[in-house]
Design a protein around this ligand. Structure first.
Ligand code: DSN
Length: 480
């Protein structure tokens, strides 16, 4: 690949000069963010480092253009270049994932899920209801018809994975709109093994008869058999929606194939583009063709005007993901997660499901006498950036938690391999062994305060620096 680091350095230096001429503090924060990202171990499972090409694509005048509607059918004039961008983003997405249809407009994963929910309701409920009312489309509905339709639409059931088993907020969790717009129930994982039990999911689905069965996760360290999930959905007449936001990169890189590839099995698949897929922050919906007309109504039904500059960056990132090197990257993500998990277990640490076969490692920190919150803060002091996460049936709830979630996509992008991830496990265990829980003002056990033994933070930072220096972030990008 051509070395563009000198060009990239000069592009960023000049861009920062332009920004600084208006608000120098933003230019400075931007420089500082790069310095911080370069000097810490980024292990947040949902984060990555997009390429300079992806990042630069976002900083253009496409940001200034309104383009509500769909390709060739916009509510604004002058959208011919946005049409090019959206067409290319959708084309790359369809080719990459083998999907009949792709919609590149969602601004985020939550937005993509809302579009999918809307589309499922419209497809499964609105169509038959309109037929029953003898109307061709929603514009013909009277107030009384709307009342009937509202009742049909507003009384639907959704079954998703529970948050503490690794599901996502938008999969029917009560405080999220998905838990309010649907009657929701959740399936969990086996309390002993932490693994999904498909028979139990099927049992629950038979009892609850959901309209939507949601599969996918943000903190489950294992692969899912989507063929089985589709069988369950078919048996109870549900629509299968898969949220692959976390593992889209592993699907794109063909690490997840056959029954582990959701796209052929799901009626609708949603994703973000910035996690393991390594693109800009945004969402994407893939669907079987019959859902295309309702997904296309995502904007303005659910979404604001498309972020054309981000759609352009999605097209660039998806083009990158279609290169053979991306498959190697994706395989490295999974191999590295295994190295990290083995590194933890060989040092006696306890992992949810006793391992991983995706990009996530979920460490139960209760064995160190810590809450997730204490562990997260202590690790951050030592330059290890993670996030706390519930473990199944977590006694500390979703705020303090008992787990720390680790992910390998970002450091794999930097070039970390087996030895580095084993070393990361060693550093993390060392920090946690040297962290003691604090007490509250009243003298009771605190779930938040902690003390880190003297010297540990510095020792960890200097051990990390050696690895980080060997694998620089954006090699050759020099802002000095
Ligand atoms: N916030 C993302 C994550 O960290 O997994 C999911 O939305």
């Amino acid at each position: 690949m051509t070395d563009l680091s000198a060009t990239t350095s000069s592009a960023y230096k000049q861009a920062l000069e332009v920004i600084a001429s208006v608000e120098p503090r933003i230019a400075e924060a931007t420089r500082q963010e790069l310095a911080d990202q370069r000097s810490s171990l980024k292990l947040i499972a949902s984060e990555n480092y997009a390429s300079p090409a992806v990042l630069l694509t976002m900083g253009t005048w496409f940001s200034d253009k309104y383009a509500e509607g769909t390709v060739g059918h916009r509510f604004y004039a002058g959208c011919q270049n946005v049409d090019t961008v959206e067409t290319l983003a959708a084309e790359h997405a369809r080719e990459l994932f083998g999907a009949p249809y792709a919609y590149a407009q969602p601004h985020s994963g939550i937005d993509a899920n809302l579009v999918a929910f809307w589309s499922i309701l419209a497809h499964r409920v609105e169509g038959p209801a309109l037929e029953k009312l003898g109307k061709k489309n929603v514009n013909e509905l009277t107030d009384a018809d709307w009342e009937t339709l509202r009742n049909e639409l507003g009384n639907q059931r959704l079954l998703g994975m529970s948050l503490d088993s690794g599901g996502h907020l938008t999969h029917g969790f009560r405080p999220n709109i998905s838990g309010k717009m649907f009657h929701q129930q959740q399936y969990g994982t086996d309390p002993e093994t932490g693994l999904l039990d498909y028979d139990k999911v099927a049992e629950k689905a038979r009892e609850f008869k959901p309209l939507v069965l949601v599969a996918g996760y943000s903190a489950y360290p294992r692969r899912v058999n989507f063929a089985k999930m589709r069988e369950i959905a078919d048996e109870v007449g549900a629509t299968l929606m898969v949220d692959m936001a976390h593992f889209a990169g592993l699907v794109a890189g063909k690490v997840f194939t056959g029954d582990e590839d959701p796209v052929p099995f799901a009626h609708i698949t949603t994703t973000t583009t910035h996690k393991s897929l390594r693109g800009p922050r945004g969402g994407l919906v893939l669907a079987q063709q019959e859902y295309a007309p309702s997904v296309d109504r995502g904007c303005p039904m659910v979404l604001g005007g498309p972020l054309s500059h981000v759609m352009a960056a999605k097209a660039v990132a998806l083009a990158e993901a279609r290169q053979p090197e991306f498959a190697t990257y994706a395989q490295n993500i999974a191999d590295n997660a295994k190295s990290l998990a083995d590194g933890f277990m060989s040092r006696g640490a306890k992992l949810v499901t006793d391992g991983t076969d995706n990009h996530i490692v979920l460490l139960d920190v209760s064995a160190f006498g810590l809450t997730g919150r204490q562990a997260e803060s202590a690790l951050l002091d030592a330059g290890v950036v993670t996030n706390r996460n519930s473990v199944p049936a977590d006694p500390n709830g979703a705020w303090y938690t008992s787990g720390i979630r680790f992910g390998t996509p970002a450091l794999t992008t930097r070039g970390f391999g087996h030895d580095e991830f084993d070393n990361v496990a060693s550093l993390v265990v060392d920090v946690l062994k040297n962290t003691t829980p604090g007490t509250t003002k009243a003298g009771g056990p605190s779930k938040a305060s902690y003390a880190l033994a003297d010297g540990i933070a510095d020792k960890t930072r200097s051990a990390s620096a050696e690895m980080l220096d060997k694998h620089p972030l954006y090699p050759g990008l020099d802002l000095s």
